[in-house]
Ligand binder design. Structure first.
Ligand code: HEM
Length: 131
């Protein structure tokens, strides 16, 4: 029963939760990911996570993963970062991205948690105008 509860929490979370393998291939994505980016699960599963980001990260993300594998140097894992996401319709939006590493018996996976911060950024911009 606890597993069922955990599964439904992940599925229905407000934040997008995406699991990739070491090469960047999307293994699973929750409903919030579909809502945020406009892709169906069938369009995302098995594709490279770089499909969700614009240049220059789009071209460089495989390299980020490779570098991490080689050096173990963390730039986002356990730190978080503001990045830019790209929806199916091509529109861009600001995200907060958190990444953690999951070591299973067999292999290493990465879990990304993404929050749309469009409204936060808009409010920040308005505040700046007031000053
Ligand atoms: C590294 C961007 C999604 C996993 C990076 C870096 C950037 C980036 C810029 C390198 C940071 C640096 O070198 O300073 C993005 C963008 C995303 C995205 C724009 C938008 C969708 C994801 C997702 C995951 C993920 C969903 C995991 C499920 C990783 C990992 C690294 C990395 C494992 C290397 C480890 C590290 O630098 O700490 N990403 N990423 N990324 N990203 Fe992504």
């Amino acid at each position: 029963e606890q597993l069922a509860i955990l599964a439904s929490v992940l599925r229905t979370a407000v934040d997008a939760i995406i699991i990739i393998d070491q090469r960047g291939t999307i293994e699973s994505a929750n409903i919030a990911t579909e809502r945020m980016f406009g892709f169906s699960p069938g369009e995302m599963i098995g594709q490279n996570v770089k499909m969700l980001m614009p240049s220059p990260d789009h071209e460089q993300h495989d390299g980020y993963l490779a570098r991490y594998q080689e050096t173990g140097e963390r730039h986002i894992i356990g730190i978080g970062r503001e990045v830019t996401g790209k929806r199916k319709d091509g529109s861009l939006f600001p995200l907060h991205l958190g990444v953690s590493e999951v070591q299973t018996d067999q292999r290493k996976l990465f879990t990304g948690i993404l929050r749309d911060i469009s409204e936060l950024k808009a409010a920040e911009a308005e505040l700046k105008q007031l000053n």
